[in-house]
Every structure is written in structure tokens, then in C-alpha cells.
Unconditional design. Structure first.
Length: 193
């Protein structure tokens, strides 16, 4: 649950923004874009960037990627949002016309979006790791099939047995086989040059 918010402003007046958030029962801290925000991040649970669209599109992405809390954009522009607004990277949008209840719902939905974003990123990193491990194992199986004339199943069983015997992960055994194979096959090529 979000209770305290850091407002980062560029050119928009902060007073109306702070009043709107405080009326929705949030504790508010304010800094400008030029100030160091890191020292305030430990004290808050969400960030609201109040900046025009042109500025938010350049500062929002870096904040979104490195920020370990939900990020919201206070869209104070009265005109309709540009078509590129769909590409905005934040967990929620806030508008000056929102009432306290709408602001609370936006923060709740944004916090949920942030949690899902973290989970997806964690799953993506896990799947990338698994894919990398699979590549090493497949390369080692190919080498074993070539050198020892194993079938693919036999090569897999060999890797699994070696991993158990050496008390290592299968990917570590596979990586060792591939690295030794590369070392042996790259050495003669270097000598020939």
C-alpha cells in the first residue's frame, strides 16, 4: 500500500499537485528534476513525475528502468495527449481533474502493475538463464555425439551422470566440455597461422 510519495517536477507548479495528493491522504515530498532524488527514495513508496510530455518521455524511461518502486506521470497538459503517449513507460497516469478516490484507485492499480512488472522481469531473467543453460547442454551433447559417437539420449545421460558424479550442475559439466573442446580445436588453428 502506498502512503508516501516523492513528487519530481520540472516546470509544472508543485502546489496544486501536492494539494491533490495530500487531500487523498498521501504524505508528499517534493524535489526538482535537477536535485538528487536518491536520498529521498528510501523514504517514499512511489514517485510522481510532473513534467510536460516532451520531458517525461526522455526522463521517464531511465527512471522506470532503475526505480524500485511504482512510477506515475502527472499529466498536467490540458490538450489531448500526443499519439506517442501509448509508449510512455510508467505504472499509472494522474490528471489534475481527478478526485481523491480516483487518485487512490490509480495508485492501487499502479502498485499492482508495478508488482506484475517485477514478476515478469524476474521470469524473463529466469527464462534467459534457462535458455543459456540449454545452449551449453546442446553444444556439449553435439560434441559428445561427434567424439564418442553417442546418440543424443546417450549424450544427455552421460552429462547427467557426470554432473551427479562430480556434484555439479549439468550446465557446468556441459560448459567444461564445450570449453575444452574449443581449446583443443582452436589451438592447432592458432599454431598454423
Amino acid at each position: 500500500m502506498i502512503h508516501s510519495i516523492l513528487i519530481i517536477t520540472e516546470s509544472l507548479p508543485v502546489q496544486p499537485i501536492a494539494e491533490s495528493l495530500q487531500s487523498a491522504a498521501y504524505s508528499v515530498t517534493h524535489v526538482t528534476m535537477k536535485e538528487e532524488t536518491a536520498k529521498y527514495m528510501a523514504e517514499v513508496q512511489a514517485i510522481v513525475v510532473a513534467a510536460p510530455f516532451a520531458s517525461f518521455s526522455t526522463i521517464g524511461r531511465p527512471l522506470y528502468e532503475r526505480c524500485d518502486m511504482p512510477l506515475f506521470w502527472w499529466c498536467g497538459e490540458q490538450q489531448s495527449l500526443p499519439d506517442a503517449a501509448a509508449a510512455i513507460t510508467c505504472d499509472g497516469l494522474l490528471f489534475p481533474t481527478m478526485n481523491s478516490q480516483q487518485i487512490k484507485w490509480t495508485f492501487q492499480v499502479g502498485a499492482t502493475h508495478y508488482a506484475q512488472r517485477l514478476q515478469f522481469e524476474q521470469e524473463r531473467r529466469y527464462l534467459q538463464l534457462r535458455l543459456e543453460e540449454r545452449k551449453w547442454i546442446d553444444q556439449a551433447k553435439r560434441i559428445l555425439c561427434e567424439l564418442k559417437k553417442f546418440s543424443e539420449d546417450e549424450a544427455y545421460s552421460f552429462l547427467r551422470q557426470q554432473a551427479m558424479n562430480e556434484r555439479k550442475k549439468m550446465v557446468d559439466v556441459a560448459r567444461s566440455i564445450v570449453n575444452v573442446y574449443r581449446l583443443i580445436h582452436d589451438e592447432p588453428a592458432k599454431r598454423g597461422k
